[in-house]
Write a new protein. Structure first.
Length: 91
């Protein structure tokens, strides 16, 4: 994700499509959670990144989708099925 600015437009589109696909896959996982997003609005897929951002919410790389975007320990949604997070759908 960090090298996107050095890619040509076509490569950037392919790269974003891949990342958006990963977010889609994550959204259908029954235990999904995505409170913390990168600068592109894409989910940090690793639990370690979600935890790190929860512990460091003012970090520049941590963009908060809100407490209802994930259940505990990252948010306050009552369950994974009731989160308000949806994958990014546009580029």
């Amino acid at each position: 994700r960090d090298r996107r600015v050095s890619l040509d437009a076509r490569s950037q589109m392919r790269f974003m499509a891949k990342c958006m696909g990963q977010d889609c896959q994550q959204s259908i996982d029954p235990n999904h959670a995505c409170r913390w997003l990168d600068a592109n609005g894409l989910c940090y897929a690793y639990k370690t990144a979600q935890t790190w951002c929860t512990e460091n919410p003012s970090a520049a790389d941590c963009n908060d989708a809100g407490p209802m975007a994930a259940g505990p320990p990252w948010g306050s949604a009552p369950s994974a099925e009731l989160t308000e997070w949806i994958p990014r759908q546009d580029v």
